[in-house]
Design a protein around this ligand. Sequence first.
Ligand code: WTA
Length: 659
Amino acid sequence: MANAIESVLVENRVFPPPESLAQQANIAGMAAYRALCEEAERDFTGFWGRLANEKLDWTTPFKTVLDESDAPFYRWFADGELNVSANCLDKHLTNGNAEKTAIIFEADDGTVTRVTYRELHARVCRLANALQAAGYQAGERVIIYLPMSIEAVVAMQACARLGLTHSVVFGGFSAKSLHERLVDTGAVLAITADAQRRGGRTIPLKPALDEALGMGGCEAVRQVIVYRRTGDEVAWTEGRDAWLHEVEAGQAETHTPVPVNAEHPLFILYTSGSTGKPKGVQHAAAGFLLWSQLTMEWTFDLKPEDVYWCTADVGWITGHTYIAYGPLAAGATQVIFEGVPTFPDSARFWRMIQAHKVSIFYTAPTAIRSLIKAAGSDVKVHPNQFDLSSLRIIGSVGEPINPEAWMWYYKEVGGERCPVVDTWWQTETGGHMLTPSPGATPTKPGSCAMPLPGIMADIVDEAGGPVAQGQGGFLVVKRPWPSMIRNVWGDPERFKKSYFPPEMGGHIYLAGDGAHRDAEGYFWIMGRIDDVLNVSGHRLGTMEVESVLVAHPLVAEAAVVGRPDDVSGEAVVAFVVLKQSVDESEAPDVAKTLRDWVSKEIGPIAKPKDIRFGENLPKTRSGKIMRRLLRQVAQGQEITQDTSTLENPAILQQLGKSH
Ligand code: WTA
């Protein structure tokens, strides 16, 4: 109870932007923010057209800003042409940034490598030349399965330079997940590393790719390019495999970028939805580029002298928009980190901020919560042991940040001087949607504040109608925006069905989150409205985990739900009916077997924290699994719901015991 009261008190606090930011930020003051919002409302296409002209270098200027003729397949700047990599690199060769540090790479063991914009451009050109010479053509797909590295950025940028559509697969995903993506994209090339180094450990990468390729159906893959990261011994397929350093050797350091249509697919990134298979979210070159650059300037107030650090992995959307593209397009100096926040100890982030004089820091609530815990038990890893005075803006992404964690972040990390930008967005939105503007919006702990200018976000009921202020509803975006998802790769029907419900008219974007708005217009996210979990900021479909569990020979039936968790936000709880029941003493072993299975099939992030065995699952007489009930059981709550429609009420008792 005390906690709940404290939450309310914290939630009601408001923190105005520091005076210096309110004067000098890229959006300085609420009046400036409102002026931009009004410009977008008054002349929607004029607003976006102005920004696209001002911010991007076009090889063929666009005439039409927005084509809605085939909505919800919106097309932005669709008669224009440009190259994304030229906008991230080449422009800096002539605008005074050539010798500026683009990337400060800190390896797991602390080794630091710096590259300037000129050097990064040269590296990207060498790889692009090699790929072009090997015959890869714009529009073909490339799977990238690399650790956090300069090489990952080089690979993505080289693809963009040639109009190759990349699909980055997070290094923590299994061979099976990799296989699905290789097949679904019809990839012609895969780029990987021998292994990755995280937290002092070596984790192999190439073996998973070899295994995936061996599963069949990916015969389109002509070549596997391997970055030698650890020097570990790897199996080699002659004629197919090539070392990255050998591929690049002798290649020219200049390259003419291939112009592509504004709508050309820059990348496909898979994300979990409420049904079994992850969706290939397709993003378009120009719109994505525009918003990634612009939000660097607006949300992070990026200035030439900033040192920016986003701790996400390039395998997720945050690493695409806010590592591989946005910071480069905006000419930032950014830190890229190979390792984990807890190695060699839980002060790694603070030590790195101090060492590199980071001024803009962007991380996830899960990391913050685990570092709060660590600092609570060991004063040596508390942020107050370090000089964090270089920080001026701190951001949060990927999941709701609870007001207590927000306050700690604001006080202990930001020294009560740095605005916390709690950014709400999704793989599908391509970039920030709801966020405070650090030089304008007074912040409220736990609220992601308001839509950025041009983003027509709203909260509606099932029919798309308005809801009263304070009332919960569906978070939607009523008008398209340049960095929005263009399609689900190869499945336009699923695209329409998942995001543009006919009940709402078929052209309004449904985010899949619930939200409400307070009297001052601040949005408060209430969590997913579908069967998607958020575990440590990673999206996971309950059906995805269920279908893996039922594929195991021991399992007859499974249901997966989420349970609130202090550190990871949500934890996976699996209810399992085995084909042959096991006794108490065997249960822990079987639970371990199933956990390992899920880890192998999807990846360690999907591992159920808790597995419950029962003779059956609670179902209605019509056979529907009662998930709401299972969620209560998972939390150890008293069942308040009417269970009279249950086929077998006694089962709830049995499912209460965890393994
Ligand atoms: C959740 C990550 C509350 C939300 C960029 C969304 C958030 C899903 C926030 C997208 C936030 C993301 N506050 N919830 N600031 N940011 N979410 O696609 O449920 O991995 O729908 O994109 O994360 O996750 P995704």
